[in-house]
Design a protein around this ligand. Structure first.
Ligand code: SAH
Length: 246
């Protein structure tokens, strides 16, 4: 009887030691991976952003801090810091890091701003804005994407509000906005968005046909929009609730 008890005790001790060992190794692997990601992120900021024309220190700092790999599907995480867009499901994409930084920089973000984003997608652009601005409102038309983004955004930020709906209409309840960032492409500037932009505010938006658009910055001055071209881009089209392109 005594020796049977001893055997059970011995067995349980061995199991405990093995489990502790496994846990320790697993945690270490996770820590190493996080360190790798932060090195990749640093390299992304230096070689893809600062080496081009991203000069806003706060934008560079936000891009350095937000763990982009958490916003891409697991099977693409190892590519999260590469210089191109990635699929996020439902036929949609997370923009290339440089485009996210550029669109953020051209609206001159600062700590007092209330910003509207159209096209939440992965939630990554909203996370960058949340680091830089007071309030972020973001609208996504595809429910699964909006719900997924909301889950991660609410885990890390308390200044972001996500809505599932048609962003063409804006979010009148919280207007006017100091800046509007549109990450899907209509063929014309949506009138409701123009109306919901504050006097002196800036909107960055890709405008054009599917496959080729011009990224423009619109500044509201005396109620009128003054347009500045930025660069040619390729964004997914802005669609209505029936999937029809605007
Ligand atoms: N800003 C995103 C990029 C998203 S891609 C990110 O950081 O990951 C563009 C997104 O716009 C897609 O998810 C698409 O579903 C969404 N979209 C297209 N038309 C829309 C509309 N009318 N209103 C809101 N979102 C729209």
């Amino acid at each position: 009887m005594k020796s049977q008890n001893f055997n059970i005790l011995f067995f349980l001790t061995v199991v405990c030691i093995l489990a502790t060992l496994w846990l320790a190794l697993h945690c270490r692997a996770e820590a190493v991976r996080e360190k790798d990601y932060s090195l990749l992120r640093e390299r992304m900021v230096t070689s893809q952003l600062a080496a081009r024309d991203i000069t806003d220190k706060n934008v560079l700092s936000a891009m350095r801090q937000v763990p982009r790999h958490l916003y891409v599907p697991e099977n693409y995480r190892h590519l999260a810091y590469e210089d191109y867009p990635l699929p996020i499901g439902e036929g949609q994409t997370i923009s290339q890091p440089y485009i996210v930084a550029l669109m953020t920089q051209v609206v001159n973000p600062h700590a007092q701003m209330k910003v509207l984003e159209i096209g939440t997608g992965s939630g990554y652009q909203a996370a960058i804005l949340a680091k830089l601005c007071r309030e972020v409102y973001t609208i996504e038309i595809i429910e699964v994407l909006g719900a997924r983004a909301q889950k991660i955004l609410q885990k890390y930020y308390d200044n972001v509000r996500v809505k599932i709906g048609d962003g063409y209409q804006g979010w009148p309840q919280f207007a006017p906005f100091d800046a509007i960032i549109v990450t899907c492409a209509p063929t014309h500037v949506p009138k409701p968005l123009a109306e919901q932009l504050r006097e002196g505010g800036r909107m960055v938006i890709p405008v054009g046909e599917a496959g080729y658009q011009q990224l423009v910055v619109l500044t509201k001055s005396k109620g009128r929009l003054i347009e500045q071209e930025v660069i040619p881009v390729r964004f997914v089209p802005m669609v209505d609730s029936k999937g029809k392109k605007y």
